[in-house]
Design a protein around this ligand. Structure first.
Ligand code: 5GP
Ligand code: ZN
Length: 118
């Protein structure tokens, strides 16, 4: 899909192949790739092909898409052998620590997680 976002959004560029990435999973709705700055032995980002700025901008019309991505994350975790557990994070907005304005799920695993997060 060629939109304004495709020109300016880092993750739209990754989806379009304009920025290289290490693919982990893909289907018609989403794309998953290794985080360039991993915070755990397994750190995968799962994004919709459709540009959605953040969870705060999502609406009911995207309910199935978001559910699909969440289940894809669980599937990736299974395939990565994260049977002892993992963490899914959706940083949202400035105070939520979101730095790329294209909604994404972080899948983190392969080490014990602490709580609360920073
Ligand atoms: P956020 O801080 O928005 O929740 O997460 C953005 C994530 O995207 C960060 O973990 C960061 O390392 C990752 N990231 C930013 N730019 C790139 C990139 O060009 N390629 C990849 N693979 N990951 C990126
Ligand atoms: Zn985008």
């Amino acid at each position: 899909m060629y939109t304004d976002h495709a020109m300016s959004c880092t993750f739209c560029k990754i989806i379009d192949g304009k920025i290289p990435s290490t693919a982990v999973y893909q289907d018609d709705l989403g794309y998953a790739f290794a985080d360039v700055n991993p915070q755990a032995p397994v750190h995968v980002l799962i994004v919709p092909r459709e540009h959605i700025g953040s969870l705060a901008e999502a609406d009911q019309s995207q309910r199935d898409l978001l559910g699909h991505l969440l289940l894809a994350a669980a599937d990736i975790a299974r395939k990565k052998g994260l049977g002892n557990g993992y963490r899914i994070v959706v940083n949202t907005g400035e105070e939520g620590g979101q730095t790329v304005d294209h909604i994404h799920l972080h899948l983190l695993g392969g080490r014990p997680m602490t709580w609360p997060p920073g």
